[in-house]
Design a protein around this ligand. Structure first.
Ligand SMILES: [Zn+2]
Length: 325
């Protein structure tokens, strides 16, 4: 086993130890960009801001660091070479935009360290990779249904170059987010094993509290992630808070890797009108009241996804015994 394997194996454990046992992930990026006036009604969604509003993206990263986040996730969720090319960018320009998403997050970390000193706490930059459904921008990352013609090789070739670029941009890890089905989990694992040099986490999403959104078994998805040595954490994002406890317990049965959780606010995304609609949504305070329970049953990385804000992250930090001291 080479040195790089050793680093991959221990990165998350070392980081969690230094973070007091539980690390805090940031909250919704798009939500914050919109609150600051960005118009994200575009297939590129928050990645659109890489083109026009790099300063704003950096400021939102900084707001999350100030709120107490230990891990900031780049604005590349919906940033794909194919998506940029569809907007008229060349391959080189598209790759540069991907790299820019990481550069902006690294700059935010540098600014934060300059202000508080590098010894304040360890901070990781996670390069977001959204699913193929996120690129389609038709809400299919919430259905996991890519049609019958989809296959493993297609997904691998769709994601490969993007993952390679992000992995070589200075990020500490790759965050595969809202992975909606088994096939895409397998595709990501196989790309990682082609020689990607940084570790990754896998987070799936669920809309019934039992399976991932496609209906594939969460246990089977988590096992695929567990079997890959480069995967340093497995969990759930963009899922209503009320489902999280059950999902943590299901994941814990199939992996001993750290479990990450960053739910949404409990509202539901309506792909038709491209808006979040209230249903049984819980307020920030309610969301946060679950956090210590989630840690007790096995989660060790906690943050927020869509519709959560720096206030959510502040409240999470305040409620964690390791932080409030
Ligand atoms: Zn989300």
């Amino acid at each position: 086993m080479g040195l790089s394997n050793g680093i991959v194996d221990t990165l998350m454990y070392d980081f969690l130890r230094k973070s007091g046992g539980v690390a805090v992930i940031d909250g919704g990026l798009a939500t914050e960009l919109e609150r600051h006036g960005a118009d994200l009604n575009d297939p590129l969604w928050s990645a659109k801001c890489l083109l026009t509003s790099g300063n704003l993206v950096r400021q939102v990263h900084l707001d999350y660091l100030e709120a107490g986040a230990d891990i900031i996730i780049t604005a590349s969720y919906q940033a794909t070479i194919q998506g940029f090319e569809a907007k008229g960018f060349s391959k080189e320009e598209s790759e540069a935009l991907l790299k820019k998403s990481v550069d902006i997050a690294l700059e935010a970390r540098d600014i934060y360290y300059e202000k508080y000193g590098e010894s304040c706490r360890p901070i990781l930059v996670a390069a977001s990779v959204g699913s193929y459904g996120a690129y389609l921008a038709d809400g299919s990352e919430y259905s996991g249904d890519y049609g019958n013609a989809m296959n493993l090789e297609f997904l691998k070739s769709f994601h490969r170059r993007r993952v390679q670029i992000l992995a070589e941009s200075g990020a500490d890890l790759i965050a595969f987010e809202t992975v909606p089905n088994k096939l895409e989990a397998q595709a990501f694992v196989e790309i990682l094993e082609e020689g990607i040099k940084i570790p990754a986490w896998f987070s799936f999403n669920s809309k019934d509290g039992v399976n991932v959104v496609s209906g594939d078994s969460l246990s089977e998805c988590a096992k695929i992630a567990d079997a890959c040595k480069k995967v340093v954490a497995v969990g759930i994002n963009c899922t209503p808070p009320r489902f999280i406890s059950g999902l943590i317990l299901a994941i814990k049965k199939v992996t001993s890797k750290p479990i990450l959780i960053y739910p949404n606010s409990g509202e539901t995304y309506d792909a038709e009108i491209k808006q979040w609609v209230k249903n049984t949504g819980v307020a920030d305070g309610d969301f946060v009241s679950y956090v210590n329970k989630w840690c007790e049953i096995g989660a060790s990385l906690i943050g927020g996804c869509c519709r959560t804000t720096p206030n959510t992250i502040k409240a999470i930090c305040r409620t964690l015994p390791s932080r409030s001291a």
